[in-house]
Structure formats: structure tokens, C-alpha cells
Design a protein around this ligand. Sequence first.
Ligand code: TXA
Ligand code: MG
Length: 327
Amino acid sequence: MPKTLPFDDSALARAAEILRRGGLVAFPTETVYGLGANARNDRAVARIFEAKGRPRFNPLIVHCPDLAAAQRLGALSAPALALAERFWPGPLTLVAPRLDQSLSLLVSAGLDTVALRVPAGERTSALIEAAGGAIAAPSANPSGRLSPTTAEAVAEGLGEAVDLVLDGGPCPVGVESTILAVDETGARLLREGGLAREEIEAALQTSLLTNASSSAAPEAPGMLESHYAPGSLLRLNAVRPEAGEAWLAFGAPPAGGAPSLSLSQTGDLREAAANLFAHLRRLDAELAGTGRIAVAPIPETGLGRAVNDRLRRAAAPRNGDAGAEDS
Ligand code: TXA
Ligand code: MG
């Protein structure tokens, strides 16, 4: 097991030192735990792919301490800047043309753009700042597995591949950031996530284009169908569990009998997002990773879109490990 420390000031200093020297540190963000490396160090970034067992070099999100730091790394268009001012720090990632030649090319996997995000949390921004101001970090899970929302889940999944895990408690949002590519011609939604589409559309006063509705849109690489997979199979939009199935409820108390949890007994989609990965993990563990989990229908609004996106990926047919690619 890797070393895990409570995320206090002395752990922060130690983590920053490890990152500056090219090591890997798992740290909490408001969305999920990230597996961080110095984004200016190719070898350190390469270690991320190695630690996750990623089948391919997908581009990674670069985490910045604040908006000014992000603007030095990527050219934010006027509408992108407006969104950044409105929603950062927070669960939004913006894809922009690269500006800083010192960023590792591996971070962008050869693209001339970079994905930027300013995560919430004072300690987290202090860490990024102390480590040099640009931390590349995918979710801190082995490729294709559930994203971790606790330090325990990180340590369990990555083991010795990470130099230090910072424990900041459970992640409040619980699903990864929403990814947008924004320029003067419009905003394309590359990944549903912790910032609801409706909030972005209200801020922009226009609808988002999705990859499906815009043929010019670049793919968000790494968005393969099978993803975020627990060991157990999933049956979505289930009315009730069948014999032998575990039950993941929504807006209702968990059922008696079979292993059962509710994403939110009050039908709160934010709470459901925050609980999603941790509940899937717990049910999967109860089934020893070999059973089936029936999942209640989740409304396709607000954060329900991100929850449904992750559930569909977790439920998609799996073509062995090569098909399960991380994002
Ligand atoms: O909430 C999050 O976003 C978490 C926490 C740790 O910050 N991070 C995360 O990173 O989910 P990752 O690496 O698992 O997902 C990055 C996604 C991938 O789908 C990747 O393809 C896309 O961002 N991406 C990165 N750079 C891109 C670029 N230049 N153009 C298009 N998509 C990009
Ligand atoms: Mg991920």
C-alpha cells in the first residue's frame, strides 16, 4: 500500500516536493481524486500512464491554481474566459490552444490544444501552486475502473505505483469535471460532468453543441464506450432488482434483503452524483465483483446527465481490457 497522509500543511509541503522532483501524488479535488504529476516533466507525465496501465496516451487535464495561471498555459477565447470567470474554481474543464511551450507534449498527446481546469479547495490550489503551477492529473484509478472519491479507493487501486496519497476526505461532487471546447463559433460539450449543462447554457445564453450535433468537433479522445467499469455487470433503468441482483436505488429507500443502497433518498441529483462511484464500489465489493447490479432510472437533467453517462459506460459491453479505456 502507498503512503497515505491527512492533507495538512506538512503533507502539502512534502507532496509539492515529490511533484517538483517528478514523482506521482494522488490528491483530492471537488470532483474525484486526481493522480498528479508535474505537467512540464515528460517523464513524470509518462509515469501517470504507466501507473494507470492506460492502453493509450490520451491527453490529460492540466490543473492550475487560478485563472491567471491557466491563461498563461492556454489561449482562452472571450466566451471561454467568461465561463472561467463564472465557474472557476469548480468542476469545469476548458480545452484551449496551447500557449506554454514548456508543457509536456505528452500532456496533450500531440494535440495543439490543452485541457485546463482550476479545481476548488484552498489546499488543493496551494498544492498546485507550490508544485510549480501546472499539474497533469487524470482520475487516480487504474485504467477502465471506477474513479476514486476517497483516499482509500485510490490506495486500493493504485498501490505502490503512486508515491503519496493525500487524504482530504470524500469528494463533494463525485463525478469528473464537465469538458468544453469553446471558441467564438460556439461551445462544444466534450464530456458531461460535475457542472450541469443547464448552468452552462444559462451563463452562455445559448445551447451547447454536442459532438453528435457538430461534425467539425474533435473527438474527446478516450471517450470509449466501455469505461468506469466495476467488476459486476450493470442492468440500467431497472424497476426492481431480480433474484441475486444488488440494487442501486434512486429517490427511494434501499430495498431490504439483497445488498442495496440509494444514490439519494430525496431524489437529489447532486447527492446522487456524489455517491455514484462510492456506492458502485460498495455493491461491487459485496458481490465480490462477480454479480449483477440493477440500477433504478435516473432523470436525464442537471447532474443526472453525467450520472447516466457514467452508468452507460460502466454497463457497456466489455471487449477485454483493451476496450476499457480511461478518460
Ligand atoms: O474532474 C476531473 O476532470 C478529473 C479530476 C482529477 O480533475 N480529471 C479527469 O481527467 O477526469 P481524465 O484524464 O480522466 O480525463 C481527461 C479527459 C479525457 O476524456 C481526455 O480525452 C480529455 O479530457 N482531454 C484532455 N485534453 C484534451 C484536449 N486537448 N482535447 C480534447 N479532449 C481532451
Ligand atoms: Mg478517469
